[in-house]
Design a protein around this ligand. Structure first.
Ligand SMILES: [Zn+2]
Length: 279
């Protein structure tokens, strides 16, 4: 879709699966399985959505890089990833080669968002997008490098650490305007250093949620994943961002929903997502 100087595309890197109980936190299974059926291993299937933002002046921004190619067969089995990553094919279909990408934004450094940042070339780990600056929050970088017993299962060093020696890191703190009208904004909750992506032109806004709001099923305020390290901060973020999204008619896209743009509406205190046809 078009917004101001930018063309914004959304596509999926593929499907992965996580434990449904962890995904829906305190919500009883009898409620969540109505909207998201679990498989025989109690997992729910979700897309790993990515954005491509182009301005026609040579900037090509990729937001999220999916799960990448470095996972072991055991990890692919655990996470239910049974297809190769679609990221580079999806970019190619839109006429973008890896060396034409100028910025890569990870909302945070979990493997399902940053896995495609690097790939293995023989013994070496190399940046998938050799000319891009990789943008994430300094806090996220620090927390990923010092993962603990609780967080270790989601952070895989090879996804981001090699970018430092390759000189490709661009660490930001808090809110930052990467290109005119293209903002990353820190939202604590899922992790301390998670950031959302917002493109604004005039009265129009496109908003990419990050995992504080992974899909339309997490619109009800208490539906917060057990994965979130700071669930009450997620709640605060939902309380402040959802009314704005509805009131200002933002075009919203989620990290783990089917890759579609839509509008958040509110009626009787209940938020809903309505897809919009972007052709
Ligand atoms: Zn995620």
């Amino acid at each position: 879709m078009r917004i101001g100087r930018y063309e914004v595309d959304i596509f999926s890197d593929g499907i992965f699966r996580l434990d449904g109980g962890s995904m829906f936190g305190i919500v009883p299974k009898v409620l969540w399985e109505r909207v998201k059926p679990a498989d025989e291993r109690n997992r729910v299937a979700m897309d790993m959505s990515c954005l491509l933002i182009r301005d026609g002046a040579g900037h090509a921004v990729v937001v999220e890089t999916g799960a990448g190619t470095k996972l072991t067969a055991k990890q692919r089995d655990i996470f239910g990833i049974d297809q190769p990553p679609a990221l580079l094919d999806e970019l190619g279909r839109r006429g973008v080669r890896p060396d034409e990408v100028t910025l890569v934004v990870n909302t945070h450094l979990h493997f399902d968002h940053a896995g495609g940042n690097t790939y293995r070339d023989g013994e070496r780990l190399v940046a998938t997008f050799p000319r891009a600056a990789y943008v994430f929050q300094r806090l996220e970088w620090q927390d990923a490098l010092t993962a603990n017993e609780r967080t270790r299962g989601s952070y895989f060093d090879d996804d981001y650490h090699p970018l430092e020696s390759a000189g490709r890191l661009e660490l930001v703190e808090g809110d930052a305007e990467l290109l005119p009208g293209l903002w990353v904004e820190r939202v604590s909750g899922h992790t301390r250093g998670t950031q959302t992506v917002r493109v604004t032109a005039g009265a129009d806004t496109v908003f990419f949620t990050s995992d504080f709001l992974p899909d339309r099923h997490h619109l009800p305020l208490p539906w917060i994943p057990a994965f979130d390290l700071y669930p009450l901060e997620t709640l605060d973020a939902k309380r402040s961002l959802l009314p704005r999204a509805a009131e200002e008619k933002w075009t919203v896209a989620f990290t783990h929903d089917v890759p579609r743009f839509g509008r958040v509406t509110v009626a009787d205190g209940r938020y809903r997502f309505e897809e919009i046809d972007t052709g």
